[in-house]
Design a protein around this ligand. Structure first.
Ligand code: NAD
Length: 256
């Protein structure tokens, strides 16, 4: 059995990815997130698919909690083979009103936590000559939209970080890739629909059709299953040379 640690996996995309890993029955799963019912969510998935799970509410803004989560996972499951840096937040605001503390939180949660966690799992992956780091970036890791300065800086940052660790990991059987989703209907996006409506001064229905899906050629939200199955493939033994990439799963947004 391998072990996968997925941050922010008690909601949205992370939960979808965890579910796809559980379906393979080839992984112990370390769940993480701030949802107060995180333990129940993890336990339920474990029971449903017959896999062993662990839950940690480590806060992405607290490096000592991140290191403790990795240590506890190694004690419980022996090793971490796959790290998925997925936890993330968003804030939508014109630059002149963008709160300083939101900037710092977004960079801390969306980018810096991936640095701390990668560092914490790296030695073990190097020793075992196998590792997979998968970073959930965004279509906004490749292109920008207005009113999302911190988010887009964090997502472009994580794409650069991914490329660097892909190079450093290559001699040791460690791959690193970023997945760049278009819009996925999760709690993060539900909140953004309301925020964007305010920023653009339009109705929520117009935000979905004129702002969000407007940029995608495929006029559908991306599903968590599609992202989860891609992550399972990237984590597999066969995906050895697929490294250093930023893979858009964005309905053709980045083709334009
Ligand atoms: P979500 O709000 O449903 O889930 C986010 C998860 O991160 C939750 O489990 C939450 O508890 C956790 N989290 C937030 N702050 C944390 C902290 N300080 N410490 C620990 N955990 C924390 O959001 P989602 O849409 O599933 O987003 C997941 C990732 O996918 C994010 O990195 C996001 O930027 C990215 N993404 C989302 C979309 C989209 O359309 N939803 C598109 C592209 C990329």
């Amino acid at each position: 059995m391998k072990t996968v640690l997925i941050t922010g996996s008690t909601s949205g995309i992370g939960l979808g990815i965890a579910t796809e890993f559980a379906k393979t029955k080839q992984y112990h799963i370390v769940f993480n997130g701030l949802e107060t019912n995180g333990l129940e969510i993890a336990t339920q998935i474990g029971k449903q698919y017959g896999v062993e799970v662990m839950f940690s509410n480590a806060n992405m803004l607290k490096p000592e909690e991140l290191r403790k989560m990795v240590d506890e996972a190694v004690v419980k499951f022996g090793k971490i083979d796959v790290l998925i840096n997925n936890a993330g937040i968003q804030h939508v605001s014109p630059i002149e009103d963008f709160p300083d503390e939101k900037w710092n939180a977004i960079i801390g949660i969306n980018l810096t936590s991936a640095f701390y966690l990668t560092k914490a799992v790296w030695k073990g992956m190097k020793e075992r000559k196998f590792g997979r780091v998968i970073n959930i970036a965004s279509a906004h890791g490749l292109v920008a939209s207005e009113f999302k300065s911190a988010y887009i800086a964090s997502k472009h940052g994580i794409v650069g970080f991914t490329k660097t660790i892909a190079l450093e990991g290559a001699p040791f059987g460690i791959t690193a890739n970023a997945i760049c989703p278009g819009y996925v209907k999760t709690p993060l996006v539900e909140k953004q629909i309301a925020d964007q409506a305010k920023a653009h001064q339009m109705s929520e229905a117009d935000v979905v059709s004129k702002v969000m899906l407007y940029k995608q050629a495929v006029k559908e939200f991306v599903s968590v299953e599609e992202l989860g199955q891609l992550a399972v493939f990237l984590a597999s033994d066969v995906a050895k040379t697929l490294t250093g990439t930023a893979l858009p799963v964005d309905g053709g947004w980045n083709a334009q």
